[in-house]
Design a protein around this ligand. Structure first.
Ligand code: PRP
Ligand code: ZN
Length: 289
């Protein structure tokens, strides 16, 4: 089997979650210890720990086979390189944030029309220009590679367009978020010529398994056989529930099922109202459909 190379962010918002997904997927990544190239002990894969902005380029050029990156970084790259050789294989369940417009907190905001004529600092000039064009707005886009949040204070720009996650960076710099430009999530990407390769499919199946298991719960309860249908409606499982006989009772059965959604207390209360007793909800470590 050929050796795959997978690029993840060296340090930043997505680093820990990306590395942890690879660990949970059983790839056995070694401890990085500051290295650029980190082998995996349980999968024919080398990790490349690089700057997130370099990930799409490293895949497009063929240095890396695949990678995990924010959809913002990918979108910016693709708008810049229209013939990019990258495809998104999976949207992952971490790294959710937004690319947003922010202005000094004391400035009044009267809606998108106010953008006209503003100088907006950003590391995502292509996404921003695209947005302005779509909305029919004209503004001056000031490209910056970092510390964008300092631009208004430095007098370089009137507003910024940057990633907002918790909002802490904006608060600390006296800015307020006024408009979402695009929603962002981490994505698993690969080169177009590897799109259907066996190794990439294997990685996708592992990621699906980890993500599926994280939200899913194994539920066990005892109930009357006649209530099984109503119970499956309240807690829809991934497949039909398993029914097991209970010793000494013809009427009662044990119901086992895997539920995809979060089990809220309200759901448990409803199950109880339907006559379910001894309800157990347990996490699932691994899952493969
Ligand atoms: C973004 C952005 C801010 C920070 C916002 O950087 O530039 O620095 O996250 O997060 P907060 O709202 O929780 O304070 P990002 O991690 O995308 O990466 P970068 O350093 O590579 O630009
Ligand atoms: Zn970056």
């Amino acid at each position: 089997m050929s050796l795959l190379t997978l690029a993840i962010q060296k340090s930043g918002r997505l680093s820990t979650s990306s590395y942890s997904l690879l660990q949970k997927s059983g790839l056995g990544p070694e401890e990085p210890n500051g290295r650029l190239k980190v082998p995996c002990t349980q999968f024919p894969l080398d990790l490349f720990l690089i700057r997130d902005d370099d990930i799409p380029g490293s895949i497009s050029s063929g240095t890396c086979t695949c990678g995990i990156v924010g959809s913002n970084v990918l979108q910016e790259y693709q708008l810049e390189h229209l013939s990019s050789q990258i495809v998104v294989k999976r949207t992952l369940d971490f790294g959710a944030c937004r690319l947003a417009l922010a202005i000094p907190k004391d400035l009044e905001w009267n809606g998108p029309r106010q953008i006209k004529g503003l100088r907006i600092a950003t590391s995502y000039p292509n996404i921003l220009k695209n947005f302005l064009k779509q909305e029919g707005l004209e503004a001056e886009v000031v490209s910056m590679s970092g510390s964008v949040e300092a631009a208004p204070e430095l007098g370089i720009a009137d507003a910024i367009c940057d990633i907002v996650s918790s909002g802490e960076t904006l608060r600390m710099n006296g800015l307020k978020e006024v408009l979402t430009i695009t929603d962002v999530k981490a994505v698993f990407i690969c080169r177009r010529d590897q799109e259907n390769s066996k190794e990439i499919e294997r990685l996708c199946t592992r990621f699906d398994g980890v993500m599926g298991a994280e939200n899913a719960r194994y539920i066990m309860m005892n109930a009357k056989r006649s209530a099984v249908e109503a119970i499956s409606q309240v807690a829809p499982g991934l497949s039909r529930p398993t029914l097991l006989p209970l010793a000494g009772s013809d009427e009662m059965v044990a119901i086992h099922m895997v539920a995809r959604e979060t089990m809220f207390w309200e759901t448990l209360e409803k199950l109880r109202e339907l006559g379910a007793r001894d309800i157990l909800v347990v996490p699932i470590e691994k899952m493969m459909a």
